[in-house]
Ligand binder design. Structure first.
Ligand code: ADP
Length: 327
C-alpha cells in the first residue's frame, strides 16, 4: 500500500526532559514498521535550518530507552522565529525529502511548529516533552514523572538534615510558570508549605503555615518554592521568613537542572513509547497540526492551537490535600 507520507523528520527542542529518547525510539521504529523513513534532525530547529539531518535506523535507537536527555540534542533557536530562518528550514526539508515533522518539546516548540505548518502547509505532530507538565490537553507530559521522583528523592534527603538540625529548608523547584511539580512534590514529600504561582499571598502562606502555632508539634520544616511564584524565588522567601522569625534556622537549596536529568521512570518510558507510536499512526490518518496527549489513559489528538493557548490549572483537591496534610 502506498502512503502519502514517505519520510518523517523528528526533532527535540527547548528544555530537554527524561524519556525524550524513548519517544525518538518509538517514532523511528513505528515509522520503519509502516514503511516510512525517519530522519533525525539535530539540535532542534537549528538542525533544520543548518541541515544537520540524517536517517535513523532501528539500530541507531537501540539501547537509548533508559537514557535521560536526548540523543538528537536540543537547543533554543531564535532564527526559527524569523521568516528567513523558517524558509531555510523548509528548503532543507525539501532537499531531504521530508514530508512531515514530529516535534518533541514544550509550548515554545509547538508554537514554532504551528507557525511553520501554517506557512508551508506541512503536517506537524507535537509530542509533549517537558518536565513542567504545563501543556493543556494531556494529563501528563514526557519527563514529568521522572522529574517528580527526582525532586522527591532530593527533598527526602534534605528532610534528614532538616530534622537533625531543627531547620527550615526552603527548596526551590523549577517549573516555568506552572506549579505542578512543586505542588505534587510537596504532597509526596509531606512538605509543610508549597508556594506556587497559581496561588498568591506568599508571605501570608508562610506565616500561616509556620508562624501560627500550627508547627507546635514540629521543630523542622520543608518549604517548596516554585522558582517564579515570587520574584527572587526561594532566596526572597528566606528573607521574608528570617525577618518575621529571626529565631528560625533557615537554609535555601536550589535543585535547578538536577531535576531535568536521569534515567526515566517506567511511567515516562511507557508514555513516551505510546505517544511516539501514536504520532506515526496520526500521520497515517492524515492528521496535521495536533499534539498527541493522554487523557484517562487513552490517546487523544489535541489541536496544537488549543494545547498552546489554553492554561492548564492545578487540581483544587490537591491544593486542599496539601493544606490539610501539612498541619
Ligand atoms: P519549549 O519548547 O521547552 O517551551 P522554548 O520556549 O525555548 O522551549 O521554544 C523552543 C524553540 O521553539 C525556540 O528556541 C524557537 O526556536 C521555537 N519557537 C518558540 N516560539 C516560536 C515562535 N513564536 N515562532 C517560531 N518559533 C518559535
Amino acid at each position: 500500500m502506498e502512503y502519502a507520507i514517505k519520510c518523517v523528520g523528528v526533532l527535540t527542542s527547548g528544555g530537554d526532559s527524561p524519556a525524550m529518547n524513548a519517544a525518538i525510539r518509538a517514532v523511528v521504529r513505528a515509522g520503519i514498521s509502516n514503511g516510512i523513513c525517519v530522519k533525525g534532525i539535530y539540535r532542534g530547529y537549528s538542525g533544520l535550518i543548518d541541515g544537520e539531518i540524517r536517517e535513523l535506523s532501528s539500530q541507531d535507537v537501540s539501547g537509548i530507552i533508559q537514557r535521560g536527555g536526548t540523543i538528537l540534542k536540543s537547543s533554543r533557536c531564535p532564527a526559527f522565529q524569523t521568516p528567513e530562518g523558517r524558509k531555510q528550514a523548509y528548503d532543507n526539508m525539501q532537499k531531504e525529502g521530508i514530508d512531515a515533522l514530529i516535534v518533541i518539546g514544550g509550548d515554545g516548540t509547538f508554537t514554532g511548529a504551528r507557525v511553520f505548518s501554517q506557512e508551508y502547509n506541512i503536517p506537524v505532530i507535537g509530542l509533549p516533552g517537558t518536565i513542567d507538565n504545563d501543556l493543556w490537553g494531556t494529563d501528563v507530559t514526557i519527563g514529568y514523572d521522572t522529574s517528580l521522583n527526582t525532586i522527591m528523592e532530593c527533598v527526602d534527603k534534605l528532610r534528614d538534615t532538616a530534622t537533625s538540625h531543627e531547620r527550615v529548608f526552603l527548596v526551590e523547584i523549577m517549573g516555568r510558570d506552572a506549579g505542578f511539580l512543586t505542588l505534587n512534590a510537596a504532597i509526596a514529600v509531606g512538605a509543610e508549605v508549597a508556594i506556587i504561582p497559581e496561588r498568591t499571598a506568599v508571605a501570608e502562606q508562610i506565616e500561616e503555615a509556620i508562624g501560627q502555632g500550627k508547627r507546635k508539634s514540629k521543630n523542622s520544616s520543608i518549604v517548596l518554592v516554585q522558582e517564579h511564584a515570587v520574584e527572587g524565588g526561594a532566596q526572597t522567601v528566606a528573607k521574608i521568613l528570617e525577618k518575621a522569625h529571626p529565631e528560625y534556622n533557615t537554609r535555601v537549596t536550589i535543585l535547578g537542572h538536577l531535576q531535568r536529568g536521569g534515567s526515566p521512570t517506567a511511567q515516562d518510558r511507557i508514555l513516551a513509547s505510546r505517544l511516539g507510536v501514536a504520532a506515526i499512526q496520526a500521520l497515517l490518518e492524515e492528521q496535521r497540526s495536533i499534539m498527541i496527549g493522554v487523557q484517562n489513559d487513552e490517546i487523544v489528538y489535541v489541536p496544537l492551537s488549543k494545547a498552546i493557548s489554553t492554561k492548564k490549572d492545578i487540581k483544587a483537591d490537591k491544593w486542599t490535600a496539601m493544606q490539610i496534610l501539612s498541619i
